[in-house]
Write a protein that binds this ligand. Structure first.
Ligand SMILES: C[S@@+](CC[C@H](N)C(=O)[O-])C[C@H]1O[C@@H](n2cnc3c(N)ncnc32)[C@H](O)[C@@H]1O
Length: 208
């Protein structure tokens, strides 16, 4: 089964509020990227799925928001939820490791996508896309399962990171272009009440 079929099946099988990674409000993400946002900011949510981050970014007054995901079914959930406001969003069905960004972004957001990349070549391709997408002095927030988080997500194996390990991996793959700014630990409680430890790392690109 291809990854795209897997994810379309996952989003087609149940309401988004029943998915383990569902969060009603992306409060930690917004507390970390919110201070960076202005009306002219360009934001991309990588593997945004059906996340409500796009709602929060629009509510913050940002006009240029793009949501990319492998699953068109996931994006359809967000489009339906947003109704008329979905016209303000650029929706892209693509694999982040094979995507050519059409423009530069000030903020790259990824919650629970990078950790699926278990092959070094895929992580290198992800960081190459990130570098092609991020403007000088732009920021990337990468949230993954923490070192004591689950070993699988949506039935797929993941790589777990400490903030130091995440910064080392992305710093190495970007040849030092991306350096850590801040990080946070977070315990996500799934709809069934299970606890999942995450790390959220904010990195900044040199320049600007
Ligand atoms: C665990 S979900 C998280 C969704 C969303 N970020 C959130 O916080 O609700 C992972 C998402 O990444 C997407 N995804 C997985 N691999 C991807 C890839 N290589 N490129 C783009 N999206 C991907 C999936 O379709 C899914 O929507």
């Amino acid at each position: 089964m291809s990854d795209q079929v897997h994810w379309d099946d996952v989003y087609g099988a149940r309401p988004d509020a029943a998915l383990t990674w569902f969060e009603d409000r992306p409060d930690l993400s917004m507390s970390m990227i919110g201070p960076l946002l202005g009306p002219d900011s360009r934001v991309v949510d990588i593997g945004g799925g059906a996340s409500r981050l796009v709602d929060a970014v629009l509510a913050a007054g940002v006009a240029q928001i793009c949501v990319l995901d492998l699953s068109g079914a996931a994006l359809a959930v967000s489009r339906a939820r947003l109704g008329d406001r979905s016209d303000q969003v650029t929706w892209i069905v693509a694999d982040v490791t094979r995507w050519t960004p059409p423009t530069r972004f000030d903020v790259w957001h990824d919650r629970a996508v990078f950790h699926f990349l278990t092959e070094p070549a895929d992580r290198a391709a992800y960081v190459a896309t990130l570098l092609a997408a991020l403007a000088p002095a732009g920021h990337a927030l990468i949230a993954t399962f923490a070192e004591d988080g689950p070993e699988r997500c949506s039935g797929l194996p993941v790589v777990r990171y400490t903030p130091d390990a995440l910064a080392a991996e992305v710093g190495h793959l970007s040849d030092g272009a991306l350096a850590p700014v801040s990080w946070a630990r977070h315990t996500h409680v799934t709809p069934k009440g299970n606890r999942q430890n995450f790390q959220y790392s904010l990195l900044r690109r040199h320049g600007g």
